[in-house]
Design a protein around this ligand. Structure first.
Ligand code: IMP
Length: 434
């Protein structure tokens, strides 16, 4: 019996805003103490930045644990897999990371025609566009839901793979040509290219659910690495301006095959302010000099697309709601140092909606654009917090700001990040104990 539950040593780490909260650094910080890191949703639309030995690395598809020797890295069935990106990233990290990497045969494959469709659709939508990363994520998940996706495990039956790919791509090409007026793609050329990668992929293919449940039975610790953020969740986010996967905690189970009892703690990562890339409502957005300052100090450019991120004040109402629906138990607050030197800080404590005050998100997210933020102000600090490692060393007003965020969200902040490097961190409580 391999499934006998032991005490839960699983941590789910998810973004509790609109993505880009700095999850890569936190995963990297915790991964060294874990036996495995697993990605369970999204694809190479993610951009997890990790500073490794003074080098900045951006991982889009590989679990961030790949940079920690000895840590098993798992890609669960919920991840949309773009094979050229997988091999490109494996090559860039070198050092035999592929021997520690295991991929579910159930991962839906992203094909070049998904990317073409994503981009054609965005062009066609004009002002109604979502502002996607253009990586084919939406169309690939659509095919999964329509039960015509090609999945990683199918690559090992070449004849059937080619046939199914032709069939899926005949629909893709029909839409590309007839609806979007774009160029069709050659299915046989893509089949050749994808089948040509099969042998290199084969040793990595494994049942991720079984691996996770075995680790659990043996008392191993697992980090579930979320991508994007709860406000971009397909069900609970600011629909339709969302990504196409389940970014909340439930996605960690569905997208990996882990047991519920495996999860001991859910950490929500948030920036000390808010950013958003792409279109969609953003009540606390700052279209002024302060917004520009946050963007400059925080180097707020998308790690995947290089697009400038929209910046605004911390939205406690949004984080509180996101944390509720994602079962978040504690917070990790990143980029505190970006606020250094601001005279006054504002925190959104709720909204004005249809003439009344509300403290949560509106019942229908398509009305979110009608929510006016209600702010409270607090004094900023002039000292530098950059690189601080001890709570006592943070300026009094910075501590007061964090305490107020904790109070408003209703959760403790166990980790506070004060700079991009691993060591620039205040750990008030280590999620994996001492
Ligand atoms: P898609 O995931 O490429 O379909 O994009 C849908 C929405 O999610 C767009 O607003 C993107 O900017 C946003 N998005 C996707 N991935 C990320 C991410 O890793 N960080 C922040 N936003 C993201």
């Amino acid at each position: 019996m391999i499934d006998a539950p032991t005490s839960a040593r699983g941590i789910v780490l998810i973004g509790a805003q609109w993505g880009d909260e700095g999850k890569g650094k936190v995963v990297d910080l915790l991964a060294g103490r874990c036996d495995a890191v697993v990605r369970f949703q999204g694809g190479h639309n993610a951009g997890h930045t990790v500073i490794d030995d003074g080098r900045t690395r951006v991982l889009h598809l590989l679990p961030s644990g790949i940079l920690c020797a000895g840590v098993e890295c798992l890609i669960g069935n919920g991840v949309a897999l773009y094979l050229p990106q997988l091999f490109k990233e494996l090559e860039s990290i070198s050092g035999g990371g592929e021997k520690r990497l295991f991929i579910s045969p159930g991962c839906p494959l992203i094909l070049p025609s998904h990317i073409a469709l994503d981009q054609a659709r965005e062009r066609h939508a004009g002002r109604g566009r979502i502002g996607t990363t253009g990586r084919g994520i939406g169309p690939a998940y659509e095919d999964r839901a329509a039960r015509r996706a090609l999945r990683a495990g199918e690559l090992f039956a070449p004849r059937e793979f080619r046939q199914r790919l032709r069939s899926a791509m005949s629909l893709h090409n029909f839409m590309l040509e007839k609806y979007y007026g774009a160029e069709p793609l050659d299915p046989d050329r893509i089949a050749d290219q994808w089948l040509g990668m099969a042998e290199e992929l084969r040793p990595m293919i494994d049942d991720i659910g079984i691996r996770l449940r075995r680790l659990h039975a043996e008392g191993g610790s697992v980090l579930f690495e979320g991508a994007q953020g709860a406000m971009l969740d397909i069900d609970h986010g600011t629909y339709p301006y969302v990504t196409s996967s389940s970014t909340v905690t439930a996605g960690a189970l569905a997208g990996s095959g882990a047991r519920l009892e495996q999860i001991g703690e859910v950490i929500g990562v948030v920036k000390a302010y808010t950013t958003r890339v792409g279109e969609g409502p953003f009540p606390t957005e700052l279209n002024d000099e302060t917004g520009e300052q946050l963007a400059r100090e925080g180097a707020e450019f998308g790690a995947t697309t290089g697009r400038p991120r929209r910046c605004g004040w911390f939205d406690a109402a949004a984080v509180r709601s996101a944390a509720q629906c994602a079962s978040v138990g504690s917070l990790c607050i990143t980029k505190l140092d970006v606020l250094d030197g601001l005279e006054t800080l504002r925190i959104c404590i709720g909204y004005r909606f249809e003439g009344r005050n509300i403290d949560t998100l509106p019942p229908f997210m398509d009305r979110y654009a009608d929510c006016e933020p209600r702010y409270e102000e607090c004094e900023g600090w002039q000292e530098s917090t950059c690189g601080a490692t001890r709570w006592e060393d943070l300026p009094v007003r910075a501590r007061a700001y964090i305490r107020r965020l904790e109070e408003l969200v209703g959760l403790e902040a166990c980790i506070i990040s004060t700079g991009p490097a691993r060591e620039q961190t205040v750990i008030r409580r280590h999620p994996l104990g001492h």
